[in-house]
Design a protein around this ligand. Sequence first.
Ligand code: SF4
Length: 337
Amino acid sequence: MTEDPSPMITSPTSPDTDSVAPTTADHPPLEVTLAAPRGFCAGVERAIRAVEEALCRFGAPVYVRHEIVHNVHVVERLKRMGAIFIEDMEDAPSDRPIILSAHGSPARVHDTINARGMTSIDATCPLVSKVHNRAKRLAEKGYHIILIGHDGHQEVVGTQGQVDDTEMSLVETVEQAETMRFPEAPLAYVTQTTLSVDETTDIIATLKSRFPDIVSPAKADICYATSNRQDAIKAISPDKELVIVIGSATSSNSKRMVEVAREAGAQNAVLTDDASSFDWSLLRGLKRLAISAGASAPEDLVEEFLLALSKRYALAIDTLEVAQEAVTFKMPVAHNA
Ligand code: SF4
């Protein structure tokens, strides 16, 4: 990964719209800034490709435990190709391949797969696996682990499921970090990879002031894609009347981007799955907006949104780029194939 911390204005990126379209009575002017980086991260690309390749190699159906990535469009497309999404391993037959989602799965899911001799492909993002491995090592060394994350999110469920219940406590807020009691053991913390960087910094600072010896990860668990997308949102938000984040309501990193936009000074910020579900009345009277997309949202949704905007407004589009990403991960192998 290479990163350039200085924001850079670049040329328009949409193939479907012009940078400056003529203004008419029907098409009032609208300035649109696109955030970069936005959209798919390396972990999401790898997980989606894992399902596509499994369908090619094994034929339909293949089973996927949990939404492979948190985006309704991606999931619906893979369903049409022959993927069947399940939550409970009992709903997966033993004689068909099972693919585990990018968010990571509890150890008991792997135990079930092994016990049933199933063919499996683990599409857990390597950056999530890194957190799992560290949590397991810390537990083996006798640490009590504080997991900073959102209760019930699939990644948190997966990380909690790497160790015994008594070895990990979940902290969601600064208030909990200030007041929660933990067992008498050396403490360490890990975090969900898709949190708000600023909120997590406050929680960690609170824990460190209470427990100066708490062990930190060598490198922050919040991943490069989450940090870069939040940095881009911070850079574009201050003078915007509206920031639109394209992504699904189940996507943690997309929801954090909306919060970050509001905190960074956008007058309003909303999450939308796509142009067809967007509340177009929000644009009434606006002159300047910004668009980004969560790490699980495909770029064609951004392009469709721009196309829908261009039918209503004379657009002037630019892109604000805060970092360049060149991260790729090796594809997961099929076990017991
Ligand atoms: Fe991996 Fe980060 Fe993408 Fe999650 S958001 S899949 S942790 S790169």
